[in-house]
Design a protein around this ligand. Structure first.
Ligand SMILES: Cc1cc2nc3c(=O)[nH]c(=O)nc-3n(C[C@H](O)[C@H](O)[C@H](O)COP(=O)(O)O)c2cc1C
Length: 128
């Protein structure tokens, strides 16, 4: 199971990936909450924080959307290094400076409300 870290209103998690989803950068809130140092994250696939409860279809939708140059938003349950988890409301978008997706992607995440989390849990149980 692991324990939940409930985000504070001011928590704001940022990460940047290459076009394959390999982490290039993560900000302090991301590192602190996921439980990794920046050095441990850089160069790793973003699935390092994947939680097994997340349906594959959610990530397919994320990738299809971001690769087509659009902004994806959604609720994501992530795993921490120590086996805990945290829910976020994520916005993923392509860096369009050099064409959609070819400079990689960014994600910004903030707190999701307990009602939003309950709804996402209900929905994700029906997927995959
Ligand atoms: C900018 C960006 C941010 C992402 N953030 C997360 C995340 O916080 N948690 C997560 O599990 N996957 C995230 N992903 C999706 C992963 O790249 C990956 O597709 C997902 O973890 C599923 O793993 P798999 O593709 O190996 O099945 C992100 C992808 C991108 C491009």
């Amino acid at each position: 199971m692991g324990s939940e870290y409930v985000l504070k209103d001011t928590d704001f998690l940022v990460s940047q990936t290459d076009e394959k989803g390999v982490i290039l950068f993560a900000n302090e809130d991301f590192c602190k909450i996921a439980g990794y140092t920046l050095e441990e994250l850089v160069g790793k696939p973003h699935s390092i924080v994947r939680h097994r409860d997340m349906p594959r279809a959610a990530f397919k939708d994320l990738w299809d959307t971001a690769k087509s140059g659009k902004v994806w938003t959604g609720y994501v349950k992530n795993a921490t290094k120590s086996g805990g988890y945290y829910w976020v409301y994520a916005t993923v978008y392509p860096n369009i400076a050099c064409g959609s997706g070819s400079c990689g992607f960014m994600s910004c995440r903030r707190k999701a409300s307990s009602e939003e989390i309950a709804e996402a849990e209900r929905l994700y149980k029906t997927m995959n």
